[in-house]
Design a protein around this ligand. Sequence first.
Ligand code: PLP
Length: 396
Amino acid sequence: MAGLGALVHIPFNRPFMTGDELRYIAQAHADGHLAGDGQFTRQCSAWLERQIGCRKALLTHSCTAALEMAAILADVGPGDEVIMPSYTFVSTANAFVLRGATPVFVDIRADTLNIDESRIEAAITPRTRAIVPVHYAGVGCEMDAIMAIAERHGLIVIEDAAQGMMSTYKGRPLGGIGHMAALSFHETKNIISGEGGALLVNDARFCDRAEVIREKGTNRSQFFRGQVDKYTWVDMGSSFLPSEIVAAFLWAQMAKAVDITRRRLDIWSTYHERLAERASALGIRLPVVPAECDHNAHMYYLVLPALGARTSFIDHLKSHSISAVFHYVPLHSSPFGRKVGRANGDMPVTANVGERLVRLPLWIGLERYQADVIAKIIDAAEEACADVKATGNHAN
Ligand SMILES: Cc1ncc(COP(=O)(O)O)c(C=O)c1O
């Protein structure tokens, strides 16, 4: 096992390359098809449709773009409300705010940190149009309950599965359960293309329009399939499709998705096993994965006892050249979130976790250093918790 002395710095993330990316990009180059929707895009879409069992998978240039498409497809507009967690990335909310809708934030569960399904119904008003569950850390939300609520109230469910590629809930792939879903292939995710994403459509009524919106509001795709005799402007839309260069990169990753997930799971499990004992003694909480969820090891996080302990923990690790990072500033308490959204009920878990959660480095290749990294993490946790005890900083 290599010692940390030999390594300058342990970054939080290091994009994994399978080794086939440049070969496929060279192939796209040689084929002379560089714009979107060529052979590599078709291969990636077909793979996603098989893997997730969705009706249609459309590559986009980001998960943000896929969420924006979903917001258009859901016909969300000014005065409408969309229910989502506050503990999420800004794109979950921005996509709907761009259409003039109001994000309505609901607290998260204390175990998975996913939207608390038992609080959703209380947030529904006559203006509610959609629910956006976010599968935090690649662990599935309680989708049976969420889909049942949506059905009772005639709402559309858009899964923010940015972190959920290769995870399942009750055996069903994340992204294949709601009416629509959005995936991310950003370089911080498990399967990557630098920037990238996909809109997954599970409800047939959205399929045709999704294609049009992605193609600048034109029926170009139908025209190329010979289904219409003129290529023209038929709806609103934008340029949401990635180039073949990006799809070629992504294809190299998809071909190795099972292996990538397995390798990440090994690293995740090593953290989980080796940190359990000390974490429990120090009052640090580790991730919880319900029995009905198979996860993809997107993230390994710790919930420290207090904000002061988290700050001190991150600083201690930094002094050993290990990057650990926190997120999210809850959207309901952010400057723009306060202006355009509202919290439904109080948000104790969100506020608490927003101050205490820290993410540990997790990338393929870390295995070589992980024993040393874990030793440093335990030292840092002990020092951080002792610092907090000494200063009486037990905010939570
Ligand atoms: C929950 C969530 N939603 C949306 C996004 C946006 O993804 P992208 O960077 O592909 O637009 C992210 C990215 O981190 C995310 O974590």
